[in-house]
Design a protein around this ligand. Structure first.
Ligand SMILES: CC(C)(COP(=O)(O)OP(=O)(O)OC[C@H]1O[C@@H](n2cnc3c(N)ncnc32)[C@H](O)[C@@H]1OP(=O)(O)O)[C@@H](O)C(=O)NCCC(=O)NCCS
Length: 181
């Protein structure tokens, strides 16, 4: 890990401060170190950063206004993570943007190249607790991912997916006209 990476890990520990002071501290620090995370303290547009969040490469992550990121989320963001406005990330989700390649069976996986795929979560989506989102996945506007799901395919807008691997359960039909712009 680079020296800057080590400093960032140390800083992340300090960001776990409880109470409202912690919210203000996190909102302020993340707005400075992320690629994009607008700073606001208005009830509607504040990005709600809860405790014990881990972001491996903050410079490659952006988050839109009004999004809520619950405790324990892990963002392995080396491949780039874009989270839209008003997204809900329930506790302990994992967004992973890289993986080892394993094309050469005679070589250890550790020694083979890494590959990266950006994750995009569009406006108004809700990711249930403990879901895992793999590299290169796009979750569409207003889509829902069930708790504990492993998302290995793109989830289209306004659809509900769940399970391991996540599959479509149904559409959010009743919400098609009312929920999103
Ligand atoms: C995805 C979710 C919203 C679906 O709710 P729902 O539409 O009421 O779904 P239902 O309970 O009617 O289930 C529909 C089907 O999907 C399956 N299903 C629902 N949630 C699932 C999940 N998380 N994982 C796997 N399968 C799931 C059900 O077993 C059911 O399958 P069946 O038709 O074969 O019996 C809900 O189950 C869920 O996971 N919510 C997330 C809760 C959470 O993370 N809260 C944190 C607060 S921020």
């Amino acid at each position: 890990m680079t020296f800057a990476g080590q400093i960032w890990e140390f800083l992340e520990c300090l960001l776990n401060w409880p109470t409202k002071i912690g919210f203000i501290l996190r909102a302020t620090v993340y707005s400075k170190v992320l690629k994009k995370a607008p700073l606001s303290f208005s009830r509607r547009t504040i990005i709600k950063w809860y405790r014990n969040i881990r972001i491996t490469d903050p410079g490659k992550m952006e988050v839109g206004a009004g999004t809520s990121i619950e405790r324990g989320n892990l963002f392995m963001s080396e491949g780039g993570i874009t989270i839209g406005r008003d997204v809900l990330l329930a506790p302990y989700c994992k967004l992973i943007t890289h993986q080892h390649t394993f094309r050469e069976p005679d070589k250890s996986i550790y020694d083979q190249e890494m590959e990266y795929g950006p994750i995009v979560i569009e406006d108004g989506a809700w990711i249930g607790a403990g879901a895992i989102v793999l590299p290169g996945i796009r979750i569409g506007k207003g889509a829902i991912v069930g708790a504990g799901s492993v998302v290995i395919r793109n989830v289209p807008a306004l659809e509900i997916w769940a399970g391991n691997p996540a599959k479509k359960i149904r559409d959010r039909e009743a919400s098609r006209q009312s929920c999103l712009p």
